[in-house]
Design a protein around this ligand. Structure first.
Ligand code: NAP
Length: 477
């Protein structure tokens, strides 16, 4: 057993701990896993999600050509199969059920709500037609019900992606690679059609700092460099380390990134049909429009300086360049959305907390029974697996609190009471068994089309399919 991922269960006697987990992405599932695996703990975990489908960004964020990453779902299925676990999909906490109602039914509530929106650049032209967030583009090609209705005009030949994190790598790869490579994945059909008709031939990836500060992982940039359809092009003068970065001892991944982009810079333009032009030390200062649409992006060259804490910062050098592009995708990080009744720090986009215990933003006092995990706790950083140790740490705090008289000793309602409440409110909730029926329908439909999965992209269609399947043989299969 990996001790880093095990919690010490407190002596609660025969008392049953009832926990609500709000959000069914990785951090929510890792919190549920830690609770359900805690030795000697009698616990019931009810997981809520506003969508009928579980798994958060693993379903709606991970790129369709990264199916290996999605196999982490097998771990979550094991958690869902444990005694004491229930899934309530299609229930929006803050709308369908209030956090006050949750606290009447549960000893503890864990918010695993992630960061559902994107950060903005704050430059002129950001709202022009054709200037979009990577979050929307990712949700669109992944068939997320919030994003299936977007239209992306891919009739231009040049696109700028602002930011060089792993999300930027994903959207660039989807734009630059051969759509045939995506056809067998779970990409939404409408997105595959649009990508097949795409005229995009050049993607400018714009990093505001240098190669030593790049946020992409070595594997992700290498994947772009190895595309059959596109050359990764780097300017030698931008791949070279600046004086400030050269004075640092680089982390192993940063060293790998620097070595890789310098190697690419030596290869020049290449001969492939499409180009991914990775630029360093440039910041967008304006998105220029023509007749209300994106026509170009103006960038400023940066110099890098070391601040008092030794961090490398970008500073505009007053030299500008204009890149003619028909679309801009801003990929500068995610941002949280406030949940009614839950403290929120609007600046950072997090739920304020101390080691996972939610604190009131004004009084700085701990809010009894409220906890947070994942990106809502620490911001949009790390890979899927990073969430495991992070959720375990919060669960450890929850179990320490569970033994204290101040927390959770008031008798809570039975596990049936929440079901009755949802029914009284006429709310149609989706159980894990229901989800497995949807899952089967998606896989069967995908098999007929030669795809891994054919996703439902509209909530009403999911619910109708469930109703129909319950009447027919598919549901009982
Ligand atoms: P991220 O890793 O934080 O990258 C954000 C990028 O935006 C950075 O290059 C950042 O530059 C840049 N940026 C921020 N503000 C900017 C501004 N005002 N102007 C220009 N550039 C700006 O965020 P992300 O790409 O959204 O990824 C979120 C998390 O998900 C990360 O932990 C990532 O590794 C993970 N993820 C992983 C995978 C995968 O493993 N395949 C896929 C997708 C996402 P600075 O560095 O200069 O701030």
């Amino acid at each position: 057993m990996n001790l880093n991922h095990a919690v010490q269960a407190p002596a609660l006697g025969k008392r049953l701990l009832r926990v609500a987990v709000v959000g069914s992405g990785p951090s929510g599932f890792y919190a549920a896993e830690a609770l359900l695996n805690a030795p000697g703990l009698a616990v019931e975990v009810d997981m809520f999600d506003r969508l009928p489908t579980p798994y958060g960004l693993v379903r709606g964020g991970v790129a369709p050509d990264h199916q290996k990453i999605k196999s982490v779902i097998l771990v979550y299925e094991k958690v869902a199969a444990k005694t004491g676990f229930r899934f309530f999909g299609n229930i929006h906490i803050g709308k369908d059920l209030s956090t006050e109602e949750l606290s009447l039914h549960y000893d503890q509530v864990v918010f695993a709500v992630g960061n559902e929106t994107d950060r903005r650049l704050g430059i002129p032209g950001e709202d022009l037609t054709g200037s979009r967030s990577a979050t929307e583009f990712v949700g669109w090609y992944n068939g997320h019900p919030d994003h299936h209705h977007h239209q992306f005009d891919l009739s231009c030949d040049k696109v700028a992606v602002v930011g060089i994190g792993n999300v930027a790598m994903d959207v660039t790869r989807i734009l630059a690679q051969d759509p045939d490579h995506l056809a067998k994945t779970d990409i939404a059909d409408y997105a595959l059609d649009a990508l097949r008709k795409s005229r995009v031939r050049e993607v400018f990836l714009l990093g505001r700092r240098g190669p030593a500060q790049a946020a992409f992982s070595p594997t992700e940039i290498k994947e772009i460099g190895e595309l059959h359809s596109a050359d990764l092009v780097v300017l030698p003068e931008e791949a070279a380390l600046d004086d400030a970065s050269a004075s640092l001892t680089l982390e192993p991944n940063d060293k790998k990134n620097v070595g890789y982009v310098q190697e690419r810079a030596r290869l020049g333009e290449g001969t492939k049909n499409k180009k991914v032009r990775l630029r360093f030390c440039v910041s967008p200062v304006e998105i220029i429009g023509e007749r209300g649409r994106v026509a170009a992006i103006k960038i400023e060259k940066n110099t890098l300086i070391k601040d008092d804490r030794g961090n490398i910062k970008a500073k505009g050098a007053g030299r500008f360049e204009t890149l003619p592009v028909g679309m801009v995708l801003r990929s500068v990080g995610y941002h949280g959305i406030a949940l009614p009744g839950v403290p929120f720090d609007a600046k950072s986009g997090h739920i304020p907390n101390e080691n996972g215990r939610v604190i009131d933003a004004q009084t700085k006092k701990i809010v009894p029974g409220a906890y947070v995990v994942g990106w809502a706790k620490r911001g949009p950083s790390g890979l899927i697996g990073t969430n495991r140790a992070d959720s375990v740490a919060t669960v450890q705090a929850m179990l320490e609190d569970a033994v204290r008289p101040a927390s959770g000793n008031a008798p809570k309602k039975s596990s049936q009471a929440v079901v009755d409440l949802l029914r009284t409110k006429n709310l149609r909730f989706v159980t894990f068994e229901d989800w497995k029926a949807l899952d089967r329908l998606e896989i069967e439909s995908g098999a007929r089309k030669g795809k891994i999965r054919d996703k439902f992209t509209v909530v009403d269609e999911m619910l109708s399919a469930l109703e129909a399947a319950k009447k027919g043989p598919a549901f009982s299969a």
